[in-house]
Design a protein around this ligand. Sequence first.
Ligand SMILES: Cc1cc2nc3c(=O)[nH]c(=O)nc-3n(C[C@H](O)[C@H](O)[C@H](O)COP(=O)(O)O)c2cc1C
Length: 277
Amino acid sequence: MHDLKKLLIERYGKFSSKNIKQKIPKNVSQIISRGSIRKFTKKKVSDEILESLIATAQSAPTKSNLQQYSILIVSDKKNKKKIAELLKETRWALEAPIFFLFLADIRRNQLITEYKGYEYKNNNMDHFMNAVIDSALSMQSLIIAAESWGLGICPISMVRNHLEEIKLICELPKGVFPIAGLSVGWPDEKKRVSPRLSKNLIFHKNKYSDEKIIEELKNYDELFFKKNPIPVSKQRHVDKYGPAEKGTWSENISRQLSIPERTNFSNWLKNNGFDLK
Ligand SMILES: Cc1cc2nc3c(=O)[nH]c(=O)nc-3n(C[C@H](O)[C@H](O)[C@H](O)COP(=O)(O)O)c2cc1C
């Protein structure tokens, strides 16, 4: 599909540009119409494709070319099983032929700096964030490439619920942690285009403005509910709040955000090589 109007209607329920005449490049339409995949066939991903994927990940922009990330593939069956057991209801993620961990990595450059005879003095918040951004950009670059091959993907932040166990399983040293997992494989389900917030909320011209939040939110909730009503089984914290009157996006994210998650994260990082100063 290279028809921008159709693509925008699928993503936002409407389109805002008055005069859409231009055909758009295939990779742009592929990005606008993408969707995560959570069911994969058993078919392997060839070594050539894998090699191309790693190259795309490494071709992403990286802060000062510091390349403060690593990518770990979990291919050992025993380790896949161990991680699947940790992830419980997300165990399907390890059924994909490829499961990556995208790692923020400040360690490698610490070693290099010391090897070159200098003292490393940048174990701080800024470099923590740079490492996370580098890792995230490399993951996104790989995602676009994987989807160009026709592969399906799903990022997995659930790995951050089990940092200590995954550190031991994958022998991650201090200064290295997974920002997310990424399942990659041949899709065994149809992708769904998940509606996004109106660009009026996300895209600002010259000055930030949040005047239209409520108005736009109502429209978005309606659109999301029409396409993708959230069933009770997928609603957050039903045990605390009961089933939602309407399974809308805003109800669900508000419930999610009302309960603290991963409260030990900064402590874990501080004990594992990130000073966060
Ligand atoms: C950093 C990150 C972590 C994610 N973690 C999970 C996860 O643990 N489990 C899951 O099912 N989906 C996960 N996702 C996928 C999101 O749920 C998905 O991208 C979002 O619902 C929008 O759907 P779409 O990707 O199909 O457009 C994650 C996505 C990102 C970017």
